[in-house]
Design a protein around this ligand. Sequence first.
Ligand SMILES: C[S@@+](CC[C@H](N)C(=O)[O-])C[C@H]1O[C@@H](n2cnc3c(N)ncnc32)[C@H](O)[C@@H]1O
Length: 436
Amino acid sequence: MWLSMMYPRLELLRELLAEDGSIWVSIDDNEAHYLKVVLDEVFGRRNFILDISWQKRDGAPNDRTIASVHEHVLVWGKAARQGKESKKTVAEQGFNLMPRSEKANAQYRIFEEPDGPDINGAFRKIDTTANGKGGRHVDSLVYPIRNPYTGEDVWPRKGTCWRHKKDEMQRLQDEGRLYWGVKGTAKTPMRKLYLSEAKQGMTTPSIWAGLALNQHASREIELLFGEKAAFETPKPEHLIQRVLHIATNPGDLVLDSFLGSGTTAAVAHKMGRRWIGIEMGEHAVTHCQPRLAQVVAGEQGGISKAVGWQGGGGFRFYRLGATAFDADGHIHADIDFATLASYVWFLETGAPRPTTAAKSPLLGVHAGTAYYLLYNGILGDRRPQGGNVLTGPVLAGLPPHDGPRIVYGESTRLGPQRLTAEGITFKQIPYDVRSR
Ligand SMILES: C[S@@+](CC[C@H](N)C(=O)[O-])C[C@H]1O[C@@H](n2cnc3c(N)ncnc32)[C@H](O)[C@@H]1O
């Protein structure tokens, strides 16, 4: 049931996704594996990137013998992997590294050497020898290298070989990239890896433990709304922050089609991303809208302090109107005037029609052009086709406009010459009203 509800929505999401975009789905053990198969079908198995285990509970519930404490975050890219040499999808190539952690940097240190510390700064030491197991011992990699401090020729220890070819080892030596110990008397040198040359970020592993738990999210929700357990599975802001850090850049567009408490939109907003949230429950009004208004006003929970959030920006809140088209793309027979008017206006201008707009066949004027809609007896004539046909008298009764006019109606009795003379472009319902 649930999967068949999801399928067409996932297909739509795929259509909406940018070519270099990615989709991130958080899901628990009950549905994760079924959903994986469906998403593989929609996005293509070759575009599957990762199944992240997000630790959502600190410990297992103690009324069980075994219990899950994590949730899955499944990730797909849209565009296919490129070429054999690269195993990455387009989305993955565009992902951001995580900032280097202090723990990672702590592996690099300043070491004493006979002629003082290296001017290139902190480094990490790695082995220059291979132990000969697993077929890695190669005779051509057994040669002497001169210790510059003692002048001795140094060979790899018995049963081992160097990791590098002779000219590469010589280059490391010439560039001062071999470490011979504090006194310069090491039996074998170590290779220096400088912090200044280390990758400017870290690869994100697939286990996300100690990041933020469900209970943190519940606390965030409680602080925002003053009520406990309003949502079953709210996500902590720090979890969404990591996702958006990896997958997006400032200004990118983030869509959450199941907005829930509005966390994705709140975090996207604080991180300078543009966002669209869709929610069908009443909490769109009772929770999402006020929460995002708080964010705009500078709310200080969640990731606010971490990103220096001070408030700003804004958003629009829309309610979906009645469905304009049936599954075959035909206009619904019982669609009312206001709904079709909003639709036509948006189709023509790309802008929303104010809900306060007067009920008039003149929908409005945009960039000097007036838009009219003759539909559903708007002119007061309730006969089946009454008022929906552009005739001379109907035209005479329309609110005037000095400039080009676009009139939507079921048909017109005015010939092409008259229409041209009146500056009218006639568009026929339903043919000129398209679902796309
Ligand atoms: C579990 S919440 C997800 C919340 C949020 N994305 C998160 O991960 O924290 C799922 C939400 O999707 C909403 N929902 C379910 N079906 C929907 C649909 N067809 N269109 C819009 N929203 C829907 C539900 O009302 C619910 O609030």
